[in-house]
Design a protein around this ligand. Structure first.
Ligand code: ADP
Length: 865
């Protein structure tokens, strides 16, 4: 704090200044106020005041009990004040940053301050000396039009007596440079009210104007650029004013809105697009305008199936709207959604792995299949669920897919689930572009365990069926039962993938079963080993008592049976055995066995049953064939005996027969005259009967000799044979005027004499059994694949169908001896001859329609046994 002693001394002049500083210069002040103003003591202030009052500079008087002093205004002071004011004005004029000039009533410039001089490039002198030159400068108004001298701001003030404010004018300097001023001009009137002077103040706004012009240029540039940008942007853009009228539409918007800008500009959007009213669009843009917040929404134009994204930016003056056709994106999204839906809803598992074979994506079905949670599988290596080789194969497939040399994009492999299960699965692969350059491998996986199991069953069944049919065939072709049993055993064991198979045959005592054939058994026991068929509880005896196949899955723990030793000694655990033959009369047992515990399917069981049936049938057929053979043998023997008998009988009968005839003839010749007519007739009948009997005996003899007294087979010209026959029969043929037609006939292999006999019998029958109509006989032949078919036809009396078979029997006749002579042996003989040549003979005929006898003779050489 300053001490009073240190205060600077004050002067009378300082005291006067205190008075001058006060607002009202001549206002009275107290001594204290002056002391305060001077910053001095009351005492000093009183001394100064007293001195100044004495000098007559200050007046003083008491007001109440307070004395006050005031400044006395004398002329000197007033002049001094005026001078000071003028100096101030001059100073202001000089230093003011605006150009100021004053014109007198005559319009001449009487004052131009420094700024005005600087700006106009003239000295004060030049201005004051040649004021008219100043006015001759070119002056322009704000629009750039030349300004008439009468129209300058100052001139107007003269004319109107009113001030002019902020009038912009341009002045071109002699140098050609143009300057801009904002001019204020005001009139000054003298005491009697006439205009005395005009003060003009011009602020240099050249820079400002320049800036303004630049800004305007910039603005217009920007506007052009904006408009270009708006035109260029690929999105549709339009702007509406606050009356919803179009004020800008770019070309893309024209396309999208399908209206030209010309049509739209100035039109209200709701007029141009009446449908837009009350739409989502309407709602959204109104909200935007109300809230002054931008909105973004998507609209679907059903008629175009087009999706638009609308972004609307509101402002006080209107709305800018951006339209983007996002149909493709939306469609893609929809498609993606659909794919996603498919992806998640398909039953197949879908996954993708990256180049490191790590899962990048899996669907629910896949997760369910492999029993892993998604978070555990994503990022995990594919070896989590498959073998390394499977991954390698999948990679190979991926490579072939990448290089387009697709062979198969499918792979079947095992999948290992988290719970340790194994699933047979089939994957189909495809490629997806990955994050980097490469591809991701997508696999669509299907659980094919069922199918594989089904296929396995089907293959097994097919193999079984094949085995059954082949064994069936073998059984037909092969009469060797042991071979059949052996092959059957091998096939059964192979098809069922069992080590053992056996065919057991029940022996005559029915107490033992012989291991007749089989596979898998110890060396040397097939053909010798036996199994008891009565031993309680053995699989063999148990099977013999069972109606169907007996299935054993675990022999040791089977409660129904145990053993036999044959099985247990081979370590057999499971198997199927079934009866060969019928339950009532079994032949034996077919069994197949495995050392491991094994489950057999129904197919396996029926397969065994089928094989057993084939064996049973083969055995049965073999038995039948054996019987037949024995029968044939027996028949042959009895036939031979019969023929022997017929031969002996006919041969031995000839002699007594001859005796009878001879002696009858002797009686007739020697005692003819002694006999009466009846006796002669009787003798004739007896002779006749003996003759017929002789013929029959001869016939029988011939018949029995067909197989015994034979000629060797040789090529025989049937045409020559027939010629001979016709020559033999020439007499009756001519006698009865019979027409005989013979086709060219072949040479066949056989017994010529017997062929002669055959044709002789057939042709003579045709002659004998002719009808009244003119008789005709035709002999023809047809060449067939394996034989010749001869046909001997007549137009005779014919034969009733009932007798077609019988006429070929020995001594079988349809007529009496009186009607047609004959013994009834002819056709029987024919049949025997034909049969000896391995041919057949039959007749086709009807009464009165003639008969045709057919004979076949093989075309191949037939051995002459
Ligand atoms: P037969 O000595 O009686 O002729 P066959 O054995 O030759 O004996 O004939 C048996 C029977 O077949 C004859 O009795 C006759 O009735 C009948 N028959 C044979 N050939 C003919 C034929 N061509 N036309 C009609 N009947 C015939």
């Amino acid at each position: 704090m300053e001490t009073p002693e240190k205060r600077p001394p004050t002067t009378l002049r300082d005291t006067l200044r205190v008075f001058e500083k006060v607002d009202t210069k001549y206002a009275p002040l107290t001594a204290q106020e002056v002391a305060d103003g001077l910053g001095t003591t009351h005492k000093i202030a009183r001394e100064h005041l007293a001195r100044l009052t004495e000098q007559g500079t200050l007046g003083s008087k008491r007001v109440g009990d307070t004395r006050v002093w005031w400044l006395l205004a004398d002329r000197t002071h007033r002049e001094a004040d005026l001078r000071r004011e003028r100096e101030l004005t001059d100073q202001l004029l000089k230093t003011a940053p605006v150009a100021i000039s004053v014109k007198n009533a005559a319009g001449e410039t009487i004052v131009a301050n420094r700024r005005a001089q600087d700006l106009l490039g003239l000295s004060e002198r030049e201005i004051l000396d040649k004021p008219e030159d100043v006015d001759e400068w070119d002056i322009f108004d704000a629009t750039g039009e030349p300004l008439d001298p009468e129209d300058t701001p100052a001139a107007r003030v003269y004319q109107t007596g009113n001030p002019v404010f902020n009038e912009e004018v341009a002045i071109r300097r002699p140098s050609g440079e143009q300057m801009w001023f904002s001019v204020n001009a005001a009139p000054i009137f003298d005491d009697d009210g006439t205009l005395d002077r005009v003060v003009s103040a011009g602020e240099d706004i050249t820079e400002l104007k320049k800036r303004e012009r630049q800004l305007e240029q910039r603005k217009s540039d920007l506007e052009t650029e904006l408009s270009e940008i708006l035109g260029r942007i690929s999105d549709g853009f339009y702007a509406l004013d606050n009356q919803w009228c179009f004020i800008h539409v770019n070309s893309r918007a024209e396309e999208i809105l399908q209206h030209t800008a010309t049509d739209l500009l100035g039109t209200q959007i709701w007029t141009a697009f009446p449908d837009a009213e009350d739409s989502l669009f309407w709602e959204q843009v109104h909200e935007a305008m109300d809230s002054q917040e931008p909105v973004s929404f998507e609209v679907h134009e059903a008629h175009e199936d087009r999706w638009l994204e609308v972004n609307a930016y509101p402002s006080k003056t209107g709305l800018s709207v951006y339209l983007k056709d996002i149909s493709q994106r939306v469609h893609r999204e929809h498609q993606l959604e659909r794919y996603e839906k498919i992806f998640e809803t398909i039953q197949d598992g879908v996954y993708s792995v990256d180049n490191d074979n790590r899962f990048t994506m899996v669907n629910d079905a896949y997760l369910e299949m492999v029993e892993y949670p998604r978070e555990e599988l994503i990022g995990a290596h594919s070896s989590t669920v498959v073998e390394t080789e499977t991954t390698e194969t999948a990679q190979e497939i991926q490579q072939s897919l990448e290089s387009d040399e697709v062979e198969s994009s499918k792979l079947e492999a095992d999948l290992y689930t988290s719970s340790g299960r194994t699933i047979r699965a089939e994957a189909t692969f495809a490629l997806l572009p990955g994050d980097g350059d490469g591809y991701e491998r997508v696999g669509v996986v299907r659980d094919v365990s069922d199918r594989v199991a089904r296929e396995r069953v089907l293959t097994a069944r097919a193999r079984q069926q094949k085995a059954v049919s082949e064994l069936g065939q073998l059984a037909l072709e092969n009469s060797d039962l042991d071979d059949l049993f052996k092959q059957a055993s091998q096939r059964v064991a192979a098809v069922l993938e069992n080590d053992y198979c056996k065919v057991l045959e029940l022996d005559a005592t029915a107490e033992h079963l012989l291991l007749r054939q089989g596979v898998g058994w110890r060396d040397g026991i097939v053909g010798t080993a036996t199994v008891s068929s009565v031993e309680a509880e053995s699989q063999a005896s148990y099977t013999l008592l069972s109606e169907g196949p007996v299935i054993v899955t675990d022999l040791e723990n089977d409660t129904r049976l145990s053993g036999p030793e044959l099985l247990t000694s081979h370590g057999i655990t499971s198997g199927i055995s079934t009866i060969i033959g019928s339950l009532e009369a079994p032949w034996g047992i077919l069994g197949t066995h495995a050392t491991e515990k094994k489950l057999f399917t129904d197919e396996d069981i029926s397969f065994i049953q089928s094989v057993a049936n084939i064996l049973a049938e083969a055995i049965e057929r073999q038995r039948y064939e054996d019987e037949l053979e024995a029968l044939v043998e027996a028949l042959g023997e009895s036939n031979e005996r019969l023929e022997q008998f017929a031969y002996i009988a006919s041969h031995d009968l000839q002699e007594p027969l001859r005796m009878i005839s001879n002696y009858l003839q002797l009686i007739e010749s020697r005692y003819r005259d002694e006999l009466d007519d009846d006796a002669r007739d009787f003798i004739d009948f007896a002779v006749d009967g003996a003759e017929r009997m002789r013929e029959m005996v001869n016939g029988l003899l011939k018949y029995s000799r067909v197989d015994t007294e034979t000629e060797p087979f040789e090529p025989t010209d049937i045409e020559a044979v027939v010629e001979r026959v016709l020559a033999n029969l020439q007499l009756p043929i001519e006698q009865h005027a019979i027409e005989v037609a013979v086709e060219p006939l072949p040479t066949v292999y056989g017994d010529r004499k017997q062929f002669e006999q055959l044709f002789q019998n057939l042709v003579s029958n045709a002659i004998k059994y002719r009808s009244d109509a003119s008789p005709q006989i035709e002999i023809g032949v047809t060449e067939r694949e394996t034989d010749w078919l001869f046909a001997i036809s007549d137009n005779g009396i014919g034969i009733d169908t009932d007798h077609h078979e019988r006429i070929f029997e020995v001594f079988r006749r349809l007529h009496s001896h009186e009607e047609y002579a004959g013994t009834g042996i002819g056709l029987a003989l024919c049949r025997k001859i034909v049969e000896r040549h391995s041919g057949r003979i039959w007749v086709e005929s009807a009464p009165n329609e003639g008969s045709t006898f057919y004979v076949t003779i093989p075309r191949t050489e037939v051995s002459n046994e």
